[in-house]
Design a protein around this ligand. Sequence first.
Ligand code: SF4
Ligand code: SF4
Length: 58
Amino acid sequence: MPAVINQETCTGCGACVDACPVEAIALQDNGKAKVNPDTCIDCGACVDACPVEAITME
Ligand code: SF4
Ligand code: SF4
């Protein structure tokens, strides 16, 4: 299952965007990161990269 980013706790730092090997994460206009579930390959790299533990594998 794809990664899901908690929109409450995400600080918009962009670390997950850089960590994702398939560019499945983008920063939105509201400054929060969001995963494209159709592109995500469930690797978990973004979970490890997030400094505030805002990403979980659903
Ligand atoms: S789990 Fe992997 S592929 Fe999916 S969004 Fe995170 S870094 Fe990208
Ligand atoms: S690494 Fe975490 S806090 Fe930073 S943009 Fe990604 S989800 Fe948000």
